[in-house]
Design a binder for this molecule. Structure first.
Ligand SMILES: *[C@@H]1O[C@H](CO)[C@@H](O)[C@H](O)[C@H]1NC(C)=O
Ligand SMILES: *[C@@H]1O[C@H](CO)[C@@H](O)[C@H](O)[C@H]1NC(C)=O
Ligand SMILES: *[C@@H]1O[C@H](CO)[C@@H](O)[C@H](O)[C@H]1NC(C)=O
Ligand SMILES: *[C@@H]1O[C@H](CO)[C@@H](O)[C@H](O)[C@H]1NC(C)=O
Ligand SMILES: *[C@@H]1O[C@H](CO)[C@@H](O)[C@H](O)[C@H]1NC(C)=O
Ligand SMILES: *[C@@H]1O[C@H](CO)[C@@H](O)[C@H](O)[C@H]1NC(C)=O
Length: 624
């Protein structure tokens, strides 16, 4: 530790005014330059006297990091304590950050990227430049609070590891074309502009991926860091939309916002089109993604497929990781039945029946089968059980030996989400992406145990059979008061557990002076009120607009029956789940009610005060 501070102390002695063109540097500034790590992977920097309080009345002190022209600068704060006297950090003590510089110079006119003050929790722990230089500009007034300043490490990274493997279209800033032919590689990477530094504000980038015939496009978003939070993608200024075709008229497979890791998307045909839009005031880091042109699948056994995933993993160091626990050895290999291993592709059949070996006869001892379901586009896999009867020697359900295990892809790993055994008919199961795997372990045999029978289907409607599905959001349904005045609605995969990382919208569009009344019968959405990101809650949100409506609180947890009413003829319900824990969701019935009808038949609904009314159907915005 001590030697680190000695290094940084030595660097502090450098004055950069001599090293740089004087006229380019704000003449009022002192400057410290860090341009080498002297053979070490990292260098260290800190505020003056750290960990003693930093000096007061620092007018302008520049910490300048200068890399080679093919490099970018990464700085990581280990400690940060700049006294926060103003919310926006623009007065008092603050650190101004310049991420996008061509040279290690700034003056009063240079655009800064952000200002930092407060503690380590208030700032991004890592900052990246987009060019070869990064500058921190420290200002302090009277440091009465003895704030200690900052300490961190820096390193220089080869910029070429963040290059998009595609062709930028002439005359555009960030529109790329990634085409499969016999001269290009069948896989590669693409990034948001300036990645891993923050992307610019107010940009729109497109990525057009085109495979050859009998190929499809697979994209894995390894890391997506846009605006932080858990707000619905409908109300986010920074979003990524993935379309299952050549342009943005094709159906939307996925819409990503906030922060997401390891999300996989697979095209139906040979084209995929991706839009990245940034309109927020606080751009995040952006995204990094892998693309791959895959031959339309032909592998038929699960072990072949797992093998191919393993191979792919080793050829692409940061590719998806598949961890499957090895089965405990439950018998001599000779008696293990493996011909029940199967990959089921939606290309071949959209639905069908699966069962334990020999069903409805008892399954043989030492049966061990894996069923791997592979959908595409926005398809999800749904399994609905018809019969379930596994051998269970003692009635203690926790000690299952014969069992049906369910795996889904979560954060790039196959994760076990369910373990069914005994004689209880499991609830329906739904995947959270294009794939799902079932593993059947029949260790014992008993002439009384029939095994299981189930129906599988690859569906695009999330198991929601009411309303009319909209193609340009992954999961959205409209309920048109002209067509149908009452009906039901429910969460994806109801009455089974809803899938993770899923956002579904229910839009109600009435006529004239309609309002919408919704009665919830069953409500089980994992979370703790007020259902915010901090408690990692899934939630249901209500709104009289497309935007968020502060009049309604978010709903989560388990609730008794309750009723919700709209103010006017448009209403939106949004369901959003995260990547943790699930519930069984909700079912509800809806009714379009005329104002006249309502004042006669029931007590008046509290009238909200909204400045201005908008007669244009909010749905027009979705369709445009
Ligand atoms: C800051 O340090 C000075 C000198 O040690 C001390 O007198 C003063 O009380 C400290 N201020 C705070 C807010 O802790
Ligand atoms: C690429 O494919 C085209 C048509 O399929 C063929 O004519 C050409 O020779 C191929 N080029 C290489 C380098 O294999
Ligand atoms: C599969 O879907 C078709 C068409 O929707 C239907 O007719 C058929 O009965 C389904 N088969 C099974 C096994 O569910
Ligand atoms: C509702 O249905 C009517 C009659 O078919 C149609 O004219 C109207 O455009 C629909 N509204 C919406 C929002 O889809
Ligand atoms: C709602 O779901 C509950 C629990 O699954 C069920 O008992 C009830 O019949 C359902 N009600 C409606 C109206 O669908
Ligand atoms: C509605 O809100 C506006 C602005 O907040 C206010 O001026 C007006 O008095 C309110 N009207 C009613 C009926 O509450």
């Amino acid at each position: 530790m001590k030697s680190h501070y000695e290094t940084s102390a030595a660097l502090l002695l450098l004055k950069c005014i001599i090293l740089m063109a004087v006229d380019a540097v704000n003449p009022g500034c002192d400057c410290l330059v860090f341009s080498a790590t002297y053979g070490k992977e990292y260098g260290v920097f800190s505020s003056q006297d750290y960990p003693k309080p930093y000096p007061s009345h620092v007018d302008c002190l520049l910490y300048t990091f200068v890399a080679h022209k093919d490099e970018i600068v990464e700085i990581t704060f280990k400690d940060f304590d700049i006294y926060k006297s103003h919310l926006d950090c623009l007065k008092g003590d603050y650190l101004k950050v310049f991420l996008h510089l061509e040279k290690g110079e700034v003056n009063e006119l240079s655009p800064w990227s952000r200002v930092l003050c407060g503690s380590l929790q208030d700032i991004p722990p890592v900052l990246y430049s987009s060019g070869p230089a990064l500058i921190l500009e420290l200002h302090s007034q009277s440091n009465l609070n003895n704030a200690t300043g900052f300490v961190g490490s820096f390193r220089f990274i080869d910029k070429r590891s963040f290059q998009t493997d595609g062709q930028r279209l002439a005359g555009t800033d960030c529109d790329y074309q990634l085409i499969s032919n016999n001269l290009t590689r069948s896989r590669g990477r693409f990034f948001s502009p300036r990645y891993p530094s923050n992307y610019p504000q107010h940009i729109k980038c497109t990525y057009k991926l085109r495979a050859r015939s009998r190929e499809r496009v697979r994209v894995l978003f390894e890391e997506v860091m846009l605006e932080k939070g858990d707000v619905s993608c409908l109300n986010r200024a920074d979003v990524i939309k993935v379309y299952d075709g050549r342009n943005n008229l094709a159906p939307t497979i996925a819409m990503l916002c906030n922060e997401v890791t390891e999300q996989e998307v697979l095209s139906t045909g040979s084209d995929m089109y991706i839009e990245f839009i940034s309109n927020s005031d606080l751009p995040g880091q952006g995204f990094k993604a892998l693309f791959q042109f895959q031959p339309v699948a032909t592998l038929t056994t699960t072990s072949d497929r797992l093998h191919s995933i393993e191979t792919e993993k080793s050829t692409l160091a940061t590719g998806p990781v598949t961890h499957i626990k090895k089965m405990p050895d439950t018998g001599s290999p000779a008696t293990t039945i493996t011909n029940c291993d199967m990959v089921i592709y939606s290309d071949n059949s959209k639905n069908g029946t699966i069962s334990s070996p020999g069903y409805p006869e008892p399954y043989p001892a030492h049966s061990y089968c894996r069923l791997d379901f592979q959908g595409r586009g926005k398809e999800r896999v749904q399994i609905i059980f018809r019969d379930f009867d596994l051998f269970n020697p003692n009635d203690d359900a926790k000690e299952c030996i014969d069992a049906l295990l369910v795996y889904v892809q979560i954060d790039g790993r196959l994760e076990r989400v369910d373990n069914h055994c005994g004689q209880t008919l499991p609830r329906p199961i739904m995947s959270n992406g294009p794939g799902l795997m079932l593993e059947f372990k029949g260790v014992y045999s008993s002439r009384n145990s029939r095994g299981y029978l189930a129906e599988y289907s690859f569906i695009e409607n999330y198991g929601i059979h009411s309303g009319e599905q909209i193609a340009n959001l992954p999961c959205a349904f409209t309920f048109n008061g002209t067509m149908q005045r009452s009906g039901v609605l429910y969460s994806p995969n109801f009455p089974g557990y809803y899938p993770r990382d899923t956002e579904c919208h229910y839009f109600f569009q009435g006529i004239n002076d309609d309002t919408i009344h919704i009665k919830f019968h069953h409500f089980d959405v994992e979370g703790v009120p007020p259902c915010e990101a901090i408690s990692a809650s899934d939630y249901v949100e209500f709104s009289n607009f497309m935007a968020r409506d502060r009049r309604y609180e978010r709903y989560c947890g388990q609730k008794e029956a309750f009723e919700i009413k709209s103010d006017r003829k448009f209403f939106r319900i949004t369901f959003r789940s995260n990547d943790r824990l699930d519930g069984t969701g909700f079912n509800a019935s809806y009714r379009f009610v005329r104002k006249m009808e309502q004042s006669v038949s029931s007590q008046p609904v509290a009238k909200a005060n909204h400045s201005g009314t908008c007669d244009i159907s909010p749905l027009l915005f979705i369709f445009s």
